[in-house]
Design a binder for this molecule. Structure first.
Ligand SMILES: N[C@@H](CCC(=O)N[C@@H](CSC=O)C(=O)NCC(=O)O)C(=O)O
Length: 282
């Protein structure tokens, strides 16, 4: 698979890079960012944290705003940031977009409904295609963890809960914790999956956590001044699910913090330390 390098910048001794490539699962060109810490090499491969961004984001938001690279360098962890949806000429909703459906809003699921089903296979891209591409082209080990924000927090939690053998740990900032009961989730799942709500449940972190039998260690941070807290995010559903299933979820709530990357930047280092512990880096 051909990778085209878009940019490369030395940062904290390592390197922050952006690439583009043809994604088979999405049938379009995709971009991703990768941070590689100093010393990562074929002889000293490093584990990878996949970061899934939220609505309206690209591969750039985390790279520019989170400040996560400093601790990733110290801990010896690579961070891969994919884009949040397929993009390109002729892809559904290119010309008629709302911020919470279509471009920048792939929800990390495989769409089954037209017109989305041709390209919107973000689950396959994140779980299967991208890790193979990363392993083939970068000095990484086979240890992986996953994290994300908001829509990406939903993606990280659901992907880890559905694939407990693939991920050493999962974390999320302000995740859409119960999308089958939130307006963002209902809009996306209706469009991408259709009206059968039993299918929606397979992509709901609270439903999956309640039923989970193999527990991936999970950390969630939530700001209490988040404008989306009650209507869209509903962390109380995740807390109930964890309690009912004795799930090892750490959920921290923070007075005064909102939904922005200022919140993520304030706590990203604790997430990286959490993942480092489960990836065997500390
Ligand atoms: N209506 C807003 C919503 C966009 C927004 O807040 N996006 C968040 C993620 S929300 C859930 O997935 C975000 O991360 N934005 C990018 C950033 O860099 O802050 C709007 O359109 O602005």
């Amino acid at each position: 698979m051909m990778l085209e390098k878009i940019s490369s910048n030395k940062m904290f001794g390592g390197v922050q890079e952006h690439f583009q490539h043809h994604a088979e699962s999405l049938k379009c060109q995709m971009r991703f960012a990768i941070y590689l810490p100093e010393g990562a090499s074929k002889h000293a491969p490093v584990p990878v944290l996949y970061w899934l961004s939220g609505l309206t984001c690209t591969d750039e938001n985390f790279v520019q705003k989170s400040g996560g690279q400093r601790m990733a360098s110290a801990l010896g962890i690579a961070i891969v940031c994919p884009d949040t949806s397929p993009r390109g000429v002729g892809i559904a909703d290119d010309e008629n977009q709302s911020y919470d459906l279509g471009l920048g809003a792939g929800f990390y699921i495989n769409a089954t409904e037209k017109p989305w089903s041709t390209h919107y296979k973000m689950y396959d891209y994140i779980v299967n295609e991208l890790p193979v591409l990363i392993a083939a082209n970068f000095p990484v080990s086979n240890k992986k963890s996953i994290s994300g924000h908001s829509m990406g927090g939903h993606g990280a939690l659901t992907i880890a809960l559905k694939n407990p053998d693939k991920y050493c740990s999962v974390s999320a900032f302000s995740p859409i914790a119960n999308p089958i009961n939130s307006p963002w989730g209902q809009k996306a799942f209706s469009a991408y999956l259709g009206s059968d709500k039993t299918l929606w449940q397979q992509h709901d972190a609270s439903v999956l956590m309640k039923a989970s039998t193999q527990h991936v260690p999970a950390l969630v941070d939530q700001g209490l001044a988040d404008d989306f807290l009650q209507e869209q995010l509903q962390p109380e559903s995740l807390i109930s699910a964890a309690l009912s299933n004795n799930y090892p979820l750490i959920l921290n709530q923070h007075q005064g913090y909102d939904h922005s990357y200022f919140f993520i930047a304030s706590f990203i280092e604790s997430h990286l330390c959490f993942h480092a512990k489960h990836l065997g880096q500390s």
